[in-house]
Design a protein around this ligand. Sequence first.
Ligand code: 5GP
Length: 176
Amino acid sequence: MSHNEPAVLFAEETIQQRVKELGRQVSADYSAVDELVLIGVLRGCYIFLADLSRCLTIPRRIDFMAVSSYEQKTTPGTLRLIMDTRTDIAGKHVLIIEDIVDTGRTLHYLLEMLGSRKPASLRTCTLLRKPDRLEKDVQIDYLGFDIPDLWVVGYGLDYADRFRALPYIGFLEEDC
Ligand code: 5GP
């Protein structure tokens, strides 16, 4: 794998504009609720969640969860909760914030777990989705962009913990 600069898939301005649109849509849809709980799935979501939450015009609370990454697993498909939320979400309106939905296993796992805690509502928002890789039938209520089957980095996303701070979303050319 090359350690050269990744090729640009979405420029900074393109991402910022789409995040603003998502922020407007979420703010409009939740305009009548007392408070929206945004639950970010660490670590890749942190920049998207920071930008999206600042675009919202409704009362909101931020919380995080972390799930083990299948990259480090010998048997893909086994997910483990590493960090839980601090918020008791029973009766609350919850929006899960993901960086990227690949197979959909992570989101499926989180939807089952958080759904069992009886939130008032539970929806999903992901910046990116790889439709060709989806294995689980997960509902995505807010989507930034569909992308091809590439390993993408930047805007919070990493390759071996590199590239997270890039302001754009790029891909590593060897993946083509
Ligand atoms: P899923 O459970 O949907 O297969 O995988 C979701 C997780 O896999 C994401 O939250 C992310 O951590 C990781 N992932 C999947 N595809 C990519 C990618 O192209 N780039 C990066 N950086 N992470 C990815």
